[in-house]
Ligand binder design. Structure first.
Ligand SMILES: [Zn+2]
Ligand SMILES: [Zn+2]
Length: 533
């Protein structure tokens, strides 16, 4: 794959003599596979020059110039990642065809959010007036193909729902992760270990040949920027080493960091890597830079991090599921209620474990948010109590602890899913809630009734789940929504055949907790609704 940087600046365009070498335009990257598939990642102000190049590219035949075909992956819709769209010439030329991808918006569609920056108060041409044929795609965490490029997506940690993109083609992997703040504030300084949710991020970027990562701040600057949604360069490098990445391009440079300051930051990082004899190659991306990412014959084949279809519609599963909130502090509780409702999701509150259990059994919520303020309130005990209920759903229900500080080790032991560290902004809370609700909705999407093994084997959801952990595969294939759609008689029949089929295929071993608890549920349901004839 060939990568070219067209915008490397974060937050706001910063042209001028002090940024002339690394560039002043905001995020935009062109990726080409060896077969010529064109993917653009983000379309900040750098998209203008890229558009001009594509329009006049002498390597294209005149037929190709008339009908340019490309794909734009948008990480999120903050200005510095979309401001180039109204100025991206190939979107306006009739005959061109573009597919634009971005994160699924709950309250408004991705297309509507993009179109908003082109309303007449802001811009003279609307998105609908673009001459090219444009298709919009809303994505969740998962994977899909763009011709010969396999794309995987993963939510990043930012105060707007943001996707990282992992591209695999030609035997190499390129990962783009902007904008992203480390989950652990200690890890953000580059000193702390990669733990908790940062491990998920490490898995996503693992063994990339080129990792293009947010490095807006230095470790020294980070404490004054907590909650702004960006990484320190030191964290990006630490992550890259941990995840066995080959090369890191630091990007999304802070508008206040001039060229000389970027040079000093990179020199300091390279000095530390030399001292520890690391082979990791680190550079700061500059505007116009071309990086050829060639396959390493010693590395072996690349592997997707997810096989779940990223373009699956999730809304029907979302509307019915509330978020449960167990937070005694009235101000925090009010802020979280507002954040949940702003996403168009219903919120229900509880004040003790008995109430929580009742709500969980009755409403099958998509997320539970618990307060943790020891010794006054122990959210971990509450989390354990929820998990102890002998029902499969509670084991899978994501639990987010709201606390003044994280404690990943004890949290892992108590099966805490994630942390929301105070103080937090409404935007951060809203984004975290949206990401977990969407993840739950994806787990509940059915694959179709297992009427016969042939059809089951042909199901894309089933075949795409082969690389998941057995419990996850089982959830995906026989989630709660799958059951609800059928009459009791059908439920018993399809569940039994699904269980037998999965057992025979070694997809879900009997000893896994989910399998045994689901089996118990199904036996109970079958006993209360026996089949006739
Ligand atoms: Zn940004
Ligand atoms: Zn952003």
């Amino acid at each position: 794959m060939r990568v070219q940087f067209w915008g490397t600046r974060g937050s706001i365009a910063k042209p001028g003599p002090s940024t002339a070498r690394y560039g002043g335009n905001t995020s935009c990257i062109e990726v080409r596979s060896a077969r010529g598939t064109l993917v653009i990642i983000d379309c900040g102000t750098g998209g203008h020059s890229l558009g001009q190049k594509l329009k006049s590219d002498r390597k294209l035949t005149s037929a190709e110039r008339k009908g340019l075909r490309g794909h734009i992956l948008i990480s999120h819709t903050h200005w510095d990642h979309i401001q180039g769209i109204p100025f991206f010439d190939p979107l306006f030329a009739p005959g061109n065809e573009w597919d634009i991808y971005g994160p699924n918006g709950l309250s408004r569609s991705f297309r509507e959010i993009l179109a908003a920056q082109m309303q007449h108060n802001y811009f003279p041409v609307t998105l609908d007036q673009c001459g090219a044929k444009i298709r919009y795609h809303e994505l969740v965490e998962g994977s899909f193909d763009i011709d010969d490029i396999k794309v995987s997506t993963r939510y990043l940690n930012h105060p707007a729902l943001t996707l990282g993109y992992r591209l695999e083609s030609d035997g190499v992997t390129v990962v783009y992760a902007c904008d992203h703040e480390p989950h652990s504030r200690l890890a953000a300084t580059g000193d702390g270990e990669i733990t908790g949710q940062d491990l998920r991020h490490a898995e996503f970027v693992s063994r990339a040949d080129l990792l293009i990562h947010d490095a807006q701040y230095s470790a020294e600057e980070y404490p004054a920027k907590i909650g702004w949604g960006h990484s320190s360069a030191e964290y990006a490098v630490n992550l890259g080493r941990f995840a066995q990445v080959k090369r890191i391009a630091l990007t999304h440079h802070d508008p206040l960091r001039d060229d000389d300051a970027i040079d000093r930051l990179v020199a300091s990082i390279r000095g530390k890597l030399r001292q520890s004899s690391s082979s990791l190659e680190v550079f700061a991306a500059f505007e116009g830079q071309i990086v050829d990412v060639a396959a390493d014959p010693a590395k072996g084949s690349t592997r997707r991090v997810s096989e779940f279809p990223a373009e699956i519609p999730v809304e029907p599963a979302l509307a019915r599921q509330p978020v449960l909130l167990g937070v005694a502090d009235t101000r925090t509780s009010a802020a979280l209620c507002e954040a949940v409702r702003a996403e168009g999701i219903c919120v229900k509150t509880f004040s003790n474990i008995a109430e929580a259990r009742k709500l969980i059994a009755k409403d099958r919520p998509s997320l539970v948010i618990l307060e943790h303020d020891p010794p006054r309130i122990n959210g971990m005990d509450m989390c354990r109590a929820i998990r102890r209920q002998a029902n499969g759903h509670e084991h899978r229900l994501p639990s987010v602890l709201v606390s003044g500080q994280e404690d990943c080790e004890s949290g892992d032991a108590a099966a805490v899913t994630d942390w929301l560290i105070k103080p937090f902004t409404g935007a951060y809370a809203r984004t975290k809630i949206r990401a977990w609700v969407l993840r739950t909705a994806c787990r509940w999407i059915p694959s179709g009734a297992p009427a016969n093994e042939g059809r089951q084997l042909a199901s894309p959801l089933v075949t795409r789940n082969q690389d998941l952990e057995p419990d996850n595969r089982f959830d995906r294939i026989t989630g709660p929504q799958h059951e609800r759609r059928r009459s009791p008689k059908r439920v018993a029949k399809s569940d039994k055949s699904a269980l037998l089929w999965m057992y025979s295929r070694k997809i879900a071993p009997f000893e896994s907790p989910t399998f045994s608890s689901r089996l118990g549920e199904i036996i109970a349901r079958a006993a209360s609704a026996p089949e006739k004839g």
